[in-house]
Design a protein around this ligand. Structure first.
Ligand SMILES: O=C([O-])CC(=O)C(=O)O
Ligand SMILES: [Mg+2]
Length: 221
């Protein structure tokens, strides 16, 4: 059944944020990770959302916050074990996202075999752009996403370089976790991830579609 809520403001719905990691070979290599044979998945809570106008916060326990620019898929209808053929019918639209990552904490978690929650799921760890209706991106596997810090390009890549395609990701994820209207899937970041400092300005965009800006601040504790 269609919801009476406005999907173009899906971040207000409190639904799941499912993140794919290591989906671009050169990014997996820059962090000295192996190239995955199946998607790497982790979650962020909906309290991670932040919209333009508010700041992205460096968590008080981290001294190495990284940007990761990613294409986000906004799910438009419920699905479980979705076939690759039907996968795009479940996409209502797109957003540009930043998967903000406390890299120092993630490295510690990896060493200790602990989950990535503190590294990935803190408040303001998921900046999102305005909603982009599906029709505006006819081929999501051929768009250029980029991110600049203080006007210097840090990340710039075509989504054609994804290891696992969008239909593959939707099919794979939905066999494990039911996808609901208003959920968001982050499709992984290309190479070029690096630190941001207090007062830095991050600007990210999808060529020809939109751009967004966020200022970095320190969380007080
Ligand atoms: O932290 C990581 O490198 C995994 C990840 O999110 C990505 O590849 O986008
Ligand atoms: Mg990521």
């Amino acid at each position: 059944m269609a919801s009476s809520r406005n999907l173009t403001r899906f971040w207000e719905w409190g639904r799941k944020i499912i993140c794919v990691g290591r989906n671009y070979t050169e990014h997996a290599m820059e962090l000295k990770n192996t190239i995955p044979t199946e998607p790497v998945l982790f979650l962020k809570p909906s309290s991670a959302y932040v919209r333009e106008g508010a700041s992205v916060l460096i968590p008080y326990y981290s001294s190495n916050l990284h940007h990761e620019v990613e294409l986000g898929l906004v799910i438009g209808k419920l699905g479980k074990a979705i076939s690759q053929e039907a996968a795009m019918d479940h996409v209502a639209g797109y957003v540009l996202c930043l998967d903000m990552t406390a890299r120092d904490i993630q490295e510690e978690c990896k060493k200790k075999g602990l989950p990535w929650t503190l590294a990935k799921a803190f408040d303001t760890s998921c900046p999102v752009s305005d909603f982009i209706p599906k029709e505006k991106i006819p081929d999501p596997h051929n768009i250029k996403i980029w991110l600049k810090v203080n006007d210097k390009v840090r990340q710039e890549s075509n989504t054609a370089s994804m290891i696992f395609s969008i239909p593959y990701l939707i099919s794979y994820i939905s066999k494990i976790i039911a996808l609901e209207e208003g959920d968001l899937i982050l499709t992984g970041t290309p190479k070029g991830v690096a630190s941001v400092q207090e007062n830095d300005e991050m600007k990210a965009g999808i060529d020809g579609i939109l751009s967004m800006k966020f200022t970095v601040r320190k969380q007080s504790h």
